[in-house]
Design a protein around this ligand. Sequence first.
Ligand SMILES: N[C@@H](CCC(=O)N[C@@H](CS)C(=O)NCC(=O)O)C(=O)O
Length: 405
Amino acid sequence: MELPVLYAMRSSLYSAKARSYLIKQRINYIERPPGDPRFPAEVVPEIGRWIIPVLQTADGQLIQDTCDIIDHFDAEMPPERSAKPPAGVQNVVTRVLEMFGSEGLMRPALHYRWNFDGLNMPFVGEDFGRGLMLADGSSTFAFGPEINASDGAAARAEVSKFAADRMRALTLDFGVNPETIPEVERSYHEFLALLSAHLETTPYMLGGRPTLGDFGLIAPLYAHLSRDPDPSLIMKREAWPVWRWTERMNSPIIDSGEYGDVPLELFADDAIPETLKTLLAYIGREFAAEVEAHVGFIDDWLAETGEVEEGDVVGGKPHKRSLGLVTWNWRGHEITTNAIPYRLLHLQRIQAAFEQADPAAQDAARELLSQAGLSGLLELKARRRVVRSNNRELWGAEQQAVVLS
Ligand SMILES: N[C@@H](CCC(=O)N[C@@H](CS)C(=O)NCC(=O)O)C(=O)O
């Protein structure tokens, strides 16, 4: 039988989320870099943009987007192996962690990759070169400059530099600049300490096996923060349990021996331990205002544009992810970043999980998130939904907006 293929790069943030899911669920698959000629030939034309990861199923269907890749496989998992807890508080919390991991740690990820060239670049440059081209330099890089280098290493270096220059520019788009850098670092050290304290007591975020929150968090915490040379030293020195979890998240066994015989179950009684409550409060301080500002900006944009219809591609073109620049107050600093409608999909996932819960669990989830300063995640809505169809983000149906005035 054909195996599924994951087009992914070791150095890519979102690739780590899909890869970790496949590994932890022991799904046999082939991983190919986008430098493989089949990526530009078979994948990019159908997806309509250069983006990774992309999963090609055994019967040839293409799935982009880590949430959709996980949903595709998880639909077939028995409940005791699913990444989705049963309806209830944990099912809401794991999606909050998934959203924060996928979208809320871009500042430290980009800062610690792109602002420490001396230690990082020899390694990251090789990673980029070998992911974007086959090792002998023979494949064509279809979406960048014409490469005229004399040998494989020189060709890889050229491609790598082109891609690195594009990614480096993202640091500013995500709010990392000389004024914010000290706070980015303070905030990351605080996060590492809190996550480490939680993982001191449990091998995965919600107990004995990984759930969506683990897969969201591994996105920034693998390629950038545990693998790039400079931040990997920080994590190893300051947060051994976190570093060890990044290893565990890439191991096909449960790999939690140092905790004793932990059952492969989630915390009993839908409980959320104190160490995770403390981490959620950090997420509230770090991320709630960012989400509020995003939803408000996107809602205003929809109101002002007035011409958007259901089914239109978000941003006008599939590769245009941002609607413009949004400014808000982050830990006492004014910060300006891209406003990304994709994030509404995560909010919708959190809100759908909340709606599935019974009234008692809804009360408990509301109380928990409100204590963490995160109750907005259960309520905020722009005047249109975002949906995905044919691997693109589209504007969905109109709805009553809920924004912070
Ligand atoms: N929401 C998407 C995000 C995927 C994404 O942004 N991938 C990055 C690499 S980690 C990418 O391909 N960027 C292409 C580019 O910026 O040109 C997912 O979860 O799969």
